[in-house]
Design a protein around this ligand. Structure first.
Ligand code: PLP
Length: 363
């Protein structure tokens, strides 16, 4: 008898999330000095964490024998103030990925619910659907962007969640604010709309998400410290929603889901608006430069509203491997069903120059 005979059957065929390849792994595999490797694979912040967050962590290190504040009161209060919402409109998570898990816990039932997401969208929604034994309905997209009409049409009576990734990962596209508002108003009230806003801070003319939440729509907006704040390693994200919805999600979490180091760092990062501004400026300049590079060399690209861009390189798997040999890690879009495309995170100007040189060599 094997444990698999009595384990949850849906775990057997679970897809595994493919993260960006770690620098140390590429160094070992290709015999490279890890310090020379450039990782443009996980949409991380090339400026690193906010220096204020690093200082806060050094001080916090001496208090790590104490359990963290389970309510993350100071941090939650600071984020609520920054966002202009009440304390009970907010829930913190071990990365915004954990908020996605809370939403599944709170609103789906094993074998009885379905969720809707777009094709070419964030892989985690589907993995969670498998984990929770919930049917995953993938609506077609259009020119790499969400097709909200198709998503609305995919909704069934048993649909409990809809995921709108805005801007979208991996494509970098976004939906228009008016179009999204019409969609939100039209969705049945017994469905929670998850607006995954991991790249919200990179948007020009961002959607009025909080206004929609204030009007009482059943929206959970997820945000993260992993991208604009450069704290991906600490795992800090949050969800914004009406107080009733937050009440449901709070019951889905463990008492100490945010560790003390993360709370200290994030609190300092909230106050460091300069770091966020420098990150945006570097990203916008890098996107413009990469678009120009693609044009000059006849590579198709998808205009991006986030801190990364997709490029058509013909054979993503080959280029992905050849770039690694030259010390550059990007993401192949093969597993997303886009075998010609790679996704490149915007790095510092020297990192981008290294990527461009390497790509021209291997193309
Ligand atoms: C990076 C990313 C996240 C962030 O996940 P964390 O758990 O906060 O690190 C969430 N959604 C999308 C679409 C992302 O690209």
């Amino acid at each position: 008898m094997s444990v698999w005979d009595f384990a949850n059957a849906n775990l057997r065929n679970l897809h595994v999330y493919e993260p960006g390849k770690p620098i140390e792994e590429v160094a070992r595999e290709f015999g490279l000095d890890p310090r020379t490797i450039v990782k443009l694979a996980s949409n991380e912040n090339p400026l690193g964490p906010s220096p204020a967050a690093v200082e806060a962590m050094k001080l916090a290190a001496h208090r790590m024998h104490i359990y963290p504040d389970g309510a993350s009161f100071e941090l939650a209060t600071a984020i609520a103030k920054q966002q202009g919402v009440a304390y009970n409109n907010l829930i913190l998570g071990n990365g915004s990925n954990e908020i996605i898990e809370f939403v599944y816990h709170g609103f789906t039932r094993r074998g009885k619910s379905s969720v809707v997401a777009s094709r070419h969208s964030f892989a985690v929604y589907k993995l969670m659907a498998e984990l929770f034994d919930v049917e995953f309905i993938e609506a077609p997209d259009q020119n790499f962007a969400h097709d909200l009409d198709a998503m609305r049409a995919a909704v069934r009576d048993d649909t409990r969640l809809i995921f709108v990734t805005n801007p979208n990962n991996p494509t970098g596209t976004r939906v228009g604010n008016e179009e999204l508002e019409r969609f939100i108003v039209g969705v049945p009230k017994n469905i929670v709309i998850v607006l995954d806003e991991a790249y919200y801070e990179f948007c020009h003319n961002p959607p009025p998400t909080l206004e929609w939440i204030r009007r009482g729509h059943n929206i959970v907006a997820t945000r993260t410290f992993s991208k604009i704040q450069g704290l991906a390693g600490l795992r800090i994200g949050y969800g914004l929603a009406n107080a009733d919805l937050i009440g449901v999600l709070q019951r889905c979490r463990q008492p100490f889901n945010l560790n003390g180091m993360a709370q200290a760092a994030a609190l300092a990062a909230v106050g460091d608006t300069g770091h966020a501004r420098r990150t945006r400026e570097l990203t916008f300049a890098g996107l413009a430069r990469l678009e120009q590079f693609a044009r000059e060399h006849g590579l198709a690209s998808v205009p991006s509203h986030a801190n990364f861009m997709m490029l058509n390189v013909g054979d993503a798997r080959r280029v992905f491997g050849a770039l690694q040999q030259r010390g550059v890690i990007v993401r192949s879009m093969r597993s997303y069903g886009l075998p010609e495309w790679i996704r490149v995170t915007i790095g510092t100007p020297p990192e981008m120059a290294k990527f461009e040189r390497a790509l021209l060599e291997v193309m």
